[in-house]
Design a binder for this molecule. Structure first.
Ligand SMILES: NC(=O)C1=CN([C@@H]2O[C@H](COP(=O)(O)OP(=O)(O)OC[C@H]3O[C@@H](n4cnc5c(N)ncnc54)[C@H](O)[C@@H]3O)[C@@H](O)[C@H]2O)C=CC1
Ligand SMILES: O=C(O)[C@@H]1CCC=N1
Length: 267
């Protein structure tokens, strides 16, 4: 595939890194920052451009990887050179109707990836409107499958849902990890040891959850001895409303995705 990324920031780099490892693709990136262009070219061996190509072809795939707030201008400037290229938008919030209006094309797939794509462990939700053909859907899914797992969504609002789960989710996990590392440091462990203890715990717990036949609530119960230490910790989490706060945070995240779409898709 000939793939042109518009925007070479965090998320684009994560996807590019997986595609480069997979090999066999022609990859270019349009990125205004000269520093980032140099880094992308050096790290991944991709073609880094300051401006979009003069003309794209029907066989090209264009991945829109700029901030949602930059999307309209980017689409309007791409429209004259887009030809009939397939467009894959990874931007949060902004819907296909607005993208189609700005691009003058409805050959569009929306994707909500996440940054663990950088290490081949991404989770992506994809949505394509009815008019998008099977080979376009396959190309979009193949790009994301190069960097992790792929889930097709039945409706576009599923993109808002999955943004609150896997799109933003790595940040929730890092927040939990950060909190545990801070406390391990407060208990006197040096930074490197605190990090290893906490990351080892996450790694082990996730591996156990994946390999076990038991559900996660049972796995948690198995750690929690009656009258023991874990029980105290979980009781404090419950008293402080940690679970409710996580769920409320996810709802706020989803609402922001909807709100971004409403604000940014107006004209
Ligand atoms: N970071 C994440 O975890 C995720 C991000 N996304 C979506 O990915 C998109 C990009 O997010 P990030 O990579 O985090 O942002 P970022 O800020 O790291 O990257 C955006 C890049 O676009 C470049 N840019 C600005 N104007 C441009 C233009 N006119 N033409 C080409 N490039 C331009 C910027 O210089 C920057 O390098 C956003 O729409 C976001 O909603 C989706 C899922 C996860
Ligand atoms: O925070 C954001 O808006 C983007 C979308 C999902 C993850 N990062």
């Amino acid at each position: 595939m000939q793939i042109t990324f518009i925007g070479g920031g965090n998320m684009a780099s994560a996807i590019i890194s997986g595609l480069v490892k997979q090999g066999g693709h022609g990859i270019s990136v349009v990125e205004p920052s000269a520093d980032k262009r140099a880094q992308l070219a050096q790290t991944y061996g991709v073609t880094a451009l300051e401006q979009p190509p003069q003309q794209l072809s029907t066989d090209d795939v264009v991945v829109l990887a700029v901030k949602p707030q930059q999307l309209k201008d980017v689409c309007l400037s791409l429209a004259p050179v887009l030809g009939n290229a397939l467009v894959v938008s990874i931007a949060a919030g902004v819907g296909i109707a607005a993208l189609a209006r700005w691009l003058g094309s409805d050959r569009i797939v929306r994707v909500m990836p996440n940054t663990p794509a950088m290490v081949g462990k991404g989770v992506s939700g994809l949505f394509a409107p009815l008019g998008v053909g099977a080979s376009d859907k396959k190309n979009a899914a193949d790009i994301m499958a190069a960097v992790g797992r792929v889930f097709w969504l039945e409706s576009e609002s599923g993109i808002d849902d999955i943004t609150a789960i896997s799109g933003s989710g790595p940040a929730y996990v890092f927040y939990f990890i950060e909190s545990m590392i801070a406390e391990a440091r407060a208990l006197g462990f040096d930074d490197a040891t605190a990090r290893q203890l906490v990351l080892g715990t996450f790694d082990g717990a996730v591996a156990l959850a994946k390999q076990s036949d038991l559900d996660v609530a049972t796995l948690r119960a198995n750690v929690t001895s009656k009258g023991g230490t874990t029980e105290r910790a979980i009781a404090r989490f419950e008293a402080e409303g940690v679970k409710a706060a996580i769920q409320a945070g996810m709802q706020d995240c989803r609402a922001r995705s909807v709100e971004l779409g409403q604000i940014l898709s107006q004209d």
